[in-house]
Design a binder for this molecule. Structure first.
Ligand code: IFM
Length: 808
């Protein structure tokens, strides 16, 4: 079943049936002010942190799944009928109520038509601002005048800390109250503690600084208001039928020791054809600031200007890499949605969604370092800033801090071995993989930017001392080398990439072994570029020794195993009853550059036969049922779900990329198509989550809900799949010396084209495939001249370039 379509020209996804199988969300804002909004206007807003700066209340895991939200009710005073500008929460019969929701890049627009009244609502957070705008246009399409009451509504949290607000009502209900002041509801929290209010931060503060929020309107006079949720909604009612709306009048009651809300009632009369436009504004500010913000919208055209500004900001980023292939579902993801998802994941890490609100107060090391790769081709300097932060969160022993606090202080942090750090973050252990993610990310930055000087930039370690980027990388390798197990492979510690696999201080991880193999290759490449022969030699020797051990202990003739427990059990051995074939070691044997071609093909064919499904490849099979804790913690999950043999989405990117490295474009494309959200657009009843973004995992073959997706938006899948499409299938591969073009495509494609910006140069690339090969470049023309090989040398690129690639 289908609920919407992609509007590629406008970079929007358009939902035409509002009763989607799950709330289909969008993200608005910036790291300073975030807003998540569903296609039915559900969702929440926060200053800086979904956990600690929460403004709008949202009930996780409730039903309906996305309430409350940013609601606008419309009531016809003569008919005594009412509805909402989004289909929910009132939920009128869809035979009478028409709606359309357009999720765009950092804005969401909704239209409704009901009984001769049309509404057009736009939600966004203006660029560089820390408040949100809801612009409503309401038009009378009837032939007679209509008398309407419009109600803007928001349910405030009583405490900026989400947990306090949700479960500590004996405290939080007594610290919040509301006021009405000329066209706005003001909410005060801990009002008497601070004279001016804490509007400046909006975050909860143990020192007890007061917090103010406002919900105001511009473009009309408020006739009535409510500041108390329970009075607005009424007893034994819900958002589908709030008392104040049903009865046609807010009660002018404010909150004192209950739940704060902002409800603003505006009565209008519209002649036939007339449109009324108003703007609701919401943010964490006290009255003086709020007044200024409202003043900015005295001329309502500001809204259109701000919308255009937002669009150009986002579109100009996404436009740096655009593809036109024969597969529109592929194009939509590369050009708009996968790219936008990469930015959103980059901004909010895993901190705010409909599944998780980010109670952990910082950035996970591995996730964040990987997320950087997803935006590398679009915004390398932003990537560098974040990479520098993550390098400054590397401990001087080479390991990564499991949690990089939002107020990270390079050079002054504790380590997981310090009780204070462990207590504060809840992370008393190192993970084996964290710092090794620095290698693929750093090398991608160097090759994308050509900024070779970065290697010598001096960055502090998190606890003490400092070193160049080169030194940071060396220590990351040393961290693993200092922790090798009895087969000469890195131990798994608290986790490797897989959070549910605990191999401990002695068990060994093949995932990390391949990561280390890749790291040593990257380090050697950098050392060679620096002509540092001693380090080249160091890396080579370590790499050769590690390679010998992998070959000797981990290859079983048709597969690589996944690891060794400290008491000798081989995880992922063909002899095992459970979990006998794992996806990641096979793909990483190729990504790391380790596997011999024949080995690689054998292992990957086995993956195809035994793990692939119509919705992607499972993480392993069969799922764990008997073998479990303490090593295989995934046994806690139902079979073929999440880490217990589910179709975990992030590794699908590695799978696609590995196939392109083998030159098997048909298979790479098949794997992508199986997990491409856009390709599931007409099977939304199976996938459930948004058809325009990846989720964390998909249920596998043993589940009665095979194909159902989970944990939308904030997932490492965004970056792995983006990289696999850009570098793997499209074959655009930055190198130190220029841009290599080496597409690996389905043989059915006869041609495709791309636009790519690279080191400030613009390239229009046309690829022709007359012989229908999957990989191989016969000829490359750069600005009319034939090149030797498929590298576009940096020094031959002009401002604007035309490139022709002939595959064959
Ligand atoms: O790698 C992890 C990630 O850090 C968080 N989500 C689950 C992944 C696999 O366990």
């Amino acid at each position: 079943m289908k609920y919407g379509y992609f509007d590629g020209d406008n970079k929007e996804y358009v939902i035409t049936k509002p009763n989607t199988p799950a709330p289909w969300a969008n993200y608005l804002g910036s790291p300073e002010y975030g807003a998540i909004i569903s296609n039915n206007a559900g969702g929440y807003s926060f200053v800086k942190s979904g956990a600690n700066g929460r403004i709008i209340r949202y009930r996780f895991n409730s039903t309906p799944a996305d309430q409350p939200g940013r609601y606008i009710y419309i009531r016809d005073r003569e008919m005594a009928d009412y509805w909402s500008a989004s289909w929910q929460p009132v939920g009128k019969d869809l035979s009478e109520y028409e709606s359309e929701c357009r999720h765009g890049t950092a804005y969401t627009a909704m239209k409704s038509k009901y009984k001769g009244i049309e509404t057009d609502t736009l939600y966004y957070v203006p660029l560089d601002k820390t408040y949100e705008v809801w612009r409503l246009k309401v038009t009378n399409q009837d032939e007679r005048p209509r008398k309407l009451s419009l109600f803007g509504y928001v349910e405030f949290t009583n405490d900026a800390n989400y947990e306090q607000d949700t479960v500590n009502l004996q405290y939080t209900q007594f610290i919040s109250k509301t006021y009405f002041r000329e066209n706005m509801i003001l909410q005060a929290i801990n009002e008497h503690v601070s004279e001016v209010g804490g509007g400046a931060s909006g975050l909860s503060d143990e020192a007890g600084e007061g917090i103010w929020r406002f919900f105001g309107v511009q473009g009309a006079e408020v006739n009535r208001y409510d500041g108390d949720r329970d009075i607005f909604v009424g007893d034994y009612r819900g958002y589908q039928n709030p008392a104040s709306v049903e009865q046609g009048a807010c009660t002018n009651t404010l909150n004192y020791n209950g739940n704060s809300c902002g409800a603003l009632q505006i009565d209008v009369e519209l002649a036939p054809g007339e449109t009324k436009e108003i703007v609701f504004l919401l943010g964490a500010y006290g009255e003086a600031d709020a007044r200024q913000i409202l003043g900015r919208y005295e001329t309502l055209t500001v809204v259109e200007e701000e919308l255009q500004e937002l669009k150009s900001y986002w579109h100009s980023k996404l436009d740096r890499f655009q593809v036109q292939t024969p597969d529109d579902n592929f194009n939509q993801m590369v050009n708009v949605w996968n790219a936008y998802q990469c930015f959103i994941t980059f901004i909010w890490s895993r901190a705010a969604s409909f599944q998780y609100c980010g109670l952990r107060n910082g950035l996970g090391y591995r996730d964040t370092v990987q997320d950087i790769q997803g935006i590398m081709h679009l915004e390398p300097e932003l990537a560098r800033e974040r990479l520098t932060l993550m390098l400054s969160a590397q401990v001087s022993n080479g390991g990564g801090l499991p949690l990089v606090k939002f107020d990270h202080r390079p050079g002054h942090e504790g380590t997981p071995d310090d009780p204070d750090y462990a207590r504060e973050t809840g992370h008393p252990f190192y993970r084996a993989d964290d710092a090794l993610w620095l290698f693929p990310t750093t090398i991608r930055y160097l090759k994308e930017s050509g900024n070779w000087a970065y290697v010598d930039e001096v960055i502090p370690f998190s606890d003490q001392g400092e070193g160049t980027v080169y030194e940071h990388l060396r220590r990351a390798i040393q961290f693993s080398i200092d922790r090798l197990g009895e087969h000469g492979m890195p131990v798994g510690l608290h986790a490797d990439w897989n959070d549910a696999l605990r191999l401990g201080a002695h068990g060994e991880s093949l995932f990390v072994a391949f990561q280390l193999y890749l790291a040593l290759g990257v380090y050697k490449e950098i050392a060679a570029h620096k002509q540092d022969d001693a380090q080249v030699h160091w890396a080579e020797q370590l790499r050769a020794a590690l390679g010998d051990n992998i070959q000797k202990h981990a290859w079983e003739g048709d597969r690589f195993v996944r690891g060794f427990t400290e008491d000798g059990y081989v995880v992922g051995s063909r002899e095992n009853e459970e979990a006998s074939l794992w996806l990641n070691p096979q793909t990483w044997s190729i990504l790391s550059g380790f596997a011999e071609p024949e080995q690689a093909r054998t292992a990957m064919d086995l993956v195809y036969e035994q793990l692939n499904t119509e919705y992607g490849a499972m993480l392993f099979y069969p799922p764990f049922k008997k073998f479990g804790l303490p090593v295989a913690r995934m046994a806690l999950f139902n079979g073929t779900t999440k880490e217990n043999a589910g179709i975990f989405s992030q590794p699908q990117g590695w799978l696609i990329q590995a196939e392109t490295m083998l030159g098997r474009g048909n298979r790479a494309y098949q794997y992508f198509t199986e997990i491409n959200p856009a390709a599931m657009n007409d099977k939304a009843e199976i996938r459930k989550i948004e058809p325009y973004v990846h989720g964390q995992s998909i249920e596998g073959i043993d589940s009665p809900f095979f194909g159902r997706g989970h944990v939308h938006w904030l997932t490492g899948t965004a970056s792995t799949v983006m990289v696999s499409l850009a570098e793997g299938i499209m074959g655009v591969q930055p190198t130190f010396d220029g841009l290599r073009l080496d597409p690996c495509i389905p043989s059915t494609w006869s041609e495709f084209s791309m636009y790519r910006e690279f080191r400030s140069k613009r390239l229009r690339i046309k690829v022709e495939n007359p012989n229908h090969v999957e990989k191989g470049v016969a000829k490359v023309m750069l600005n009319g001249e034939e090149l030797e090989g498929n590298l576009l040398p940096d020094d031959r690129l002009r401002e604007n370039n035309d490139v022709l690639v002939l595959m064959g």
